[in-house]
Design a protein around this ligand. Structure first.
Ligand code: C5J
Length: 221
């Protein structure tokens, strides 16, 4: 049976059985001091407003039986999956692979690479490790979603204009319908966040829909 959530530019219709909640990169490296985000000069506090609405949404989505998939951005300890263009970009105080207070920056297996305590995945929920900004690049996400019959994605996580945007564009090109939840995605730059969401819903929803999580929670109730 179809469920409809208020959204822009039009109401978003989805079948819970073929819908997944995608939680993108809610890792200590992006949300807590001492990680990758802060090493680039960002105020990690900007992202933390996403945690409470996302935790509430996760609880409802789990209760409704939807698929939940988490992602983590990061690299192998030898950094062989990190292109030089990414490794050397910008002028961070600590680069990918450098030691920091939460372990090596953006390296798999380190404390900082893992998901924040508030949103710990439940046993059985897939956690997709990705080397890029998009969650489909060099991962088995597409196969995993196909195997579960998923065609529709509720997209949350960080950051709005980087990994969320890249993933939504990749998903849209693969035929998934994406609803981005404005209060559950965040950016270090409030202006990028606002414009990033407007870009998705513009032109009749050029690659997705935008809503707030209470609209989805009401639809699932
Ligand atoms: C960034 C991400 N911003 N998860 N990663 O580098 O958006």
């Amino acid at each position: 049976m179809s469920t409809v959530a208020a959204a822009r530019p039009t109401p978003y219709s989805f079948e819970p059985a073929s819908t997944a909640l995608l939680v993108i990169d809610m890792q200590r490296d992006f949300l807590e001091p001492g990680g990758f985000g802060e090493s680039l000069g960002n105020d990690v506090g900007q992202l933390r407003r996403t945690i409470a609405p996302l935790a509430a949404l996760l609880a409802d989505v789990r209760a409704a039986g939807l698929t939940v998939v988490h992602t983590r951005e990061g690299h192998l300890p030898d950094l062989s999956d990190c292109p030089p263009a990414k490794l050397h970009r910008g002028a961070p105080s600590r680069r990918i692979g450098d030691p920091g207070p939460n372990g090596r920056i953006l390296v798999r297996g380190e404390y900082g690479h893992d998901i924040i305590d508030e949103l710990t995945p439940l046993p059985g929920e897939p956690v997709v490790d990705k080397p890029g900004k998009g969650a489909f690049h060099a991962t088995d996400l597409d196969a995993l979603l196909h195997a579960r019959g998923v065609r529709s994605l509720l997209v949350t996580g960080v950051t709005t204009e980087v990994c969320v945007h890249t993933t939504v564009r990749e998903a849209n090109d693969r035929g998934y319908e994406c609803l981005v939840l404005a209060d559950c995605v965040g950016s270090y730059f409030p202006e990028f966040h606002r414009v990033g969401l407007d870009m998705i819903a513009a032109q009749g929803g050029i690659f997705g829909w935008v809503a707030d999580s209470p609209q989805v929670r009401a639809a699932l109730a």
